[in-house]
Structures are given as structure tokens and as C-alpha cells.
Design a protein around this ligand. Structure first.
Ligand code: HEM
Length: 264
């Protein structure tokens, strides 16, 4: 199953053009959802106003080379490893889910546009990347949702309590889970279950990409932007209008690190 391209098998009954059209429609939903969210929540206006204010407070102007170096360091250190989640399980789960999702999405596009349809060549590596990506998304995502969510870990809410903020993670998990189940049943010849999970896979994709406006989907765009802005503000001395760090040892005690937050 791992080396079988599920889209190529599907293209024996559904036109490859319809499958490609579906992927393009999902891309369009991401763009529309993100733009409408930006306009409605005014977060980009806030972001640029903040950047303008920070520029006025800058102690020195950064050259192109320095800016590029700050941006590259932020991408490699902060963004690629989700450094803001600190060391620990939360970061490992996020990194696993994030790279899993990236592999799953990239492999979906490659499989559908390059390896599906009559006359298309076969690949064994891309179907494997697709399946491994979906499995990594499930491991990281279920770990986060069942055990690491703040309201489950620290506030003693049961894992099955669902709120609007869970829309993104649950839709993402539904996509990866039903995608794997569809591929499994389709390649094992269970036509009925194959179609059932195909319908669920399509539905969860529509919920994930159609829900961008309401969900946390766009954090994958905003978070990197905010990290770059923060590090540029530190390098040019504006520090987002915050006072400079004291040149003295920290004496705050252990603070919140004293014990795990479990005050039920
Ligand atoms: C393909 C890219 C990404 C995917 C699939 C992804 C996925 C997720 C998921 C499923 C969650 C849990 C959402 C929830 O709170 O219900 C999450 C939370 C989070 N993500 Fe991402 N993410 C991506 C990129 C990024 C990037 C680039 C950053 C930062 C630079 C980032 C930072 C965070 C943070 C700080 C949280 C909150 C974690 C927590 O509450 O413990 N994410 N992400």
C-alpha cells in the first residue's frame, strides 16, 4: 500500500482533470480564506503599523546583508524548528505534525499533477512520502490533541471536549486519517470502504481548506512573519518599543517553571 499512488488508482474511475481541479479549488480556498481573514481581522494593518512604529524607535538602520542574515537565521532556527514552543514534547509533536503535513501536501500535488492519468509514469518514492507524511501528521497531531492541548494538560478538560479552536487540528487529522484509510481500503480491494473513506477524505479537505477564515490555519503564515519582525526589531534596537534587557543576572526565582501547571 505504501508504494501505491492512490490518486492513480482513483483516476481509473474519476477523470484526472477533476482531481487536479479539486486541488486547485483547495488552493483557491486557502487564498480566499486568508485574504478575507486579513481584511476582516485587520491583523496585517496592525502588523504594518507596528513595524512602522518600531522603525521610528530603531537605534540603527540595518543594511541589506544584515537583514538577510537575521531573516535566514530566523527561518533556520525559529521557524523550521518552531523554537517558540521551547524544548519538550509540545515542540516535538508540532515539528512532527508540521513536517508530516508539508510532505503530505507536497506529495499530493506531485502525485496528482505528475503521476496520475493515462500515460503518466509511475513513482514508488512519492507515494511513500505521501503515506509517511500522513502518518507523521497523525502521530504529531493526535499526541498534541489528546495529551498536550493546554485545556487537556493543564485544565483537566476531557480530551473529547471540542471547541471552535479545535477546527484546524481536527480537520487536519481527519484529512490525514481518512486519506490513509482510503488508500488502505482502495489498494486492498475493499471497494465499499474505499469509497466511504474517499467521501470522508474529500469532506475533511473541504472543511480544512474551506474553514481557513474561522480556524488557526493561517498561523503558518502569521507566525513566521511575526518571528522575522521580532528578530529584526531586536537587531535594529527598536525591540517593539519594549525597554532594553537589564544588564544584570535574572532574579525572579523559578516562577512558572516551579512545577507543572496542574492546578485543577
Ligand atoms: C505546515 C505548517 C504547519 C502546520 C501543519 C502546523 C500545525 C499546527 C497545529 C495542528 C497546531 C495545533 C493548533 C491548536 O492549537 O489547536 C499548531 C499550533 C501551533 N503552531 Fe503550528 N503548524 C505549522 C506551522 C507553524 C509555524 C511555521 C510556526 C511558527 C513559526 C507554528 C507555531 C505554532 C504554535 C506556537 C502553536 C501553538 C502550540 C500550542 O498551543 O501548544 N506553526 N500548529
Amino acid at each position: 500500500m505504501l508504494s501505491v499512488n492512490p490518486y492513480a488508482t482513483l483516476a481509473e474511475t474519476i477523470s484526472p482533470l477533476a482531481i487536479q481541479g479539486f486541488i486547485l479549488a483547495m488552493l483557491a480556498l486557502i487564498v480566499i480564506g486568508t485574504v478575507v481573514q486579513m481584511v476582516h481581522h485587520k491583523n496585517v494593518t496592525y502588523f504594518f503599523n507596528n513595524a512602522k512604529k518600531a522603525k521610528l524607535a530603531a537605534e540603527r538602520e540595518l543594511g541589506i546583508g544584515e537583514k538577510t542574515s537575521v531573516i535566514l537565521k530566523t527561518v533556520v532556527h525559529d521557524i523550521a524548528t518552531t523554537a517558540e514552543l521551547g524544548a519538550g514534547k509540545r515542540r516535538i509533536a508540532h515539528v512532527m505534525g508540521m513536517y508530516g503535513t508539508i510532505l503530505f501536501w507536497v506529495a499530493s500535488v506531485v502525485l496528482v499533477f505528475a503521476y496520475t492519468g493515462t500515460g503518466a509514469s509511475e513513482s514508488t518514492i512519492w507515494p511513500m512520502i505521501w503515506h509517511v507524511g500522513a502518518i507523521m501528521t497523525c502521530v504529531g497531531g493526535y499526541w498534541f490533541w489528546l495529551f498536550l492541548r493546554v485545556d487537556v494538560l493543564a485544565e483537566a478538560h476531557p480530551w473529547y471536549r471540542i471547541i471552535k479552536a479545535d477546527l484546524f487540528v481536527l480537520a487536519l487529522l481527519a484529512c490525514a486519517t481518512t486519506g490513509l484509510a482510503w488508500s488502505y481500503f482502495q489498494s486492498s480491494g475493499s471497494t465499499g470502504l474505499g469509497y466511504l473513506f474517499l467521501v470522508l477524505f474529500i469532506t475533511s479537505n473541504i472543511v480544512l481548506f474551506g474553514g481557513v477564515y474561522w480556524s488557526k490555519f493561517a498561523h503558518m503564515i502569521y507566525k513566521p512573519g511575526a518571528a522575522i519582525q521580532k528578530n529584526l526589531a531586536e537587531a535594529d534596537g527598536s525591540r517593539d518599543n519594549l525597554p532594553p534587557l537589564a544588564d544584570a543576572p535574572k532574579q525572579f526565582g523559578l516562577g512558572i517553571k516551579r512545577e507543572q501547571p496542574k492546578h485543577y
